[in-house]
Design a protein around this ligand. Structure first.
Ligand code: ATR
Length: 291
């Protein structure tokens, strides 16, 4: 077998992820294994870029012949301004997490929300049409999820947030003729939950190192519904653990990370992403970090 890393040629697909910091990113491990599994000569590298050098770095990727890159904290919003073209997903989410470079032009996408919804459907082995869906949180992550859910013909989508104004704003922005997105505060939540099929946490409450926190007391989680958390560290949050003990079906956030990457991979390579290989690589990288 030839050593792919020592066999760089002009056919090599150059990819990467820009962030600050970037050392912790699991994307290189996940994408390099995917490229290898698909037999595509390519490399995906971590790119540590400071905010004040973002524009130069982006221009540099074009000059260096990159085919695309991912974008992570803190550059996702700023990246909007540096694109030649924006996909609807990036416009609606107000953030770019994936850039495709073709014919010298940069096109920005957001695959976070659609990645999450694809993983939710896969893990539930079910469509989302006709479902009543409630979302906790109204930040950037919630925007992506609402954007993607509205393409699935749910019966209702309700956004609950600590700062109610933000929930209202998000709901107004995403409402359209066929579906009014609802909004509310945690005080109105119990009434909303009585009619909820799927409850999704998009807040950071419960994320490591604060894994003893939860966005909703256990006694308020309706029995037997579907409960999901975008957080993937820990793999099972307190929220999901407690939902399980209420007889709920639970879906964690690991799939969102895998599928946001899978969409990006498919945009760059034009080939189906080897999703199970990517999931294993991600889990392995997470285990390594703990050692
Ligand atoms: P992200 O891009 O990850 O969504 P964000 O835009 O900062 O991050 O949004 C974080 C979301 O989590 C917000 O909806 C926030 O509520 P507020 O709008 O009221 O700030 C929510 N959130 C974070 N910590 C929270 C807490 N302790 N209690 C309730 N909501 C919280």
């Amino acid at each position: 077998m030839t050593d792919r890393k020592n066999d760089l040629s002009h056919h090599t697909l150059l990819l990467g992820v820009m962030g600050d910091p970037i050392g912790h990113s699991k994307s290189p491990a996940m994408h390099n294994i995917a490229l290898e599994a698909s037999g595509i000569p390519g490399m995906y590298v971590p790119l540590h870029v400071k905010p004040e050098q973002l524009a130069e770095a982006v221009a540099g990727t074009k000059a260096l012949g990159f085919s695309g890159f991912n974008v992570t904290i803190p550059h996702k919003v700023e990246m909007l301004k540096l694109m030649d073209e924006l996909d609807e997903s990036a416009v609606c989410c107000g953030a770019v997490n994936t850039v495709v470079i073709q014919d010298g032009k940069l096109k920005g996408y957001n695959t976070d929300g659609i990645g999450y919804v694809r993983s939710l459907k896969e893990e539930l082995n079910s469509e989302l049409s006709g479902k009543h869906i409630t979302i906790l949180g109204a930040g950037g992550a919630a925007r992506g999820v609402v954007y993607a859910l509205l393409r699935e013909q749910p019966a209702s989508v309700t956004v609950i947030n600590r700062t109610v104004d933000k929930a209202e704003q998000l709901a107004t922005e995403f409402s359209h003729d066929t579906l009014q997105v609802q909004s509310g505060s945690y005080d109105t939540l119990d009434k909303v939950l009585a009619q909820t099929d799927i409850l999704i946490n998009t807040t950071s409450i419960g994320m490591s190192p604060n894994s003893d926190e939860t966005p909703l007391e256990q006694s308020r989680i309706p029995e037997g519904i579907i409960v999901s958390d975008l957080i993937y560290n820990p793999l099972e949050t307190r929220f999901l653990r407690e939902a399980k003990s209420r007889g709920c079906t639970v879906v964690g956030g690991l799939g969102m990370f895998v599928y946001q990457g899978a969409y990006a991979y498919e945009y760059w390579t034009g080939q189906p992403a080897p999703v199970s290989v990517m999931r294993s690589a991600l889990l392995e990288a997470m285990n390594h970090q703990k050692e």
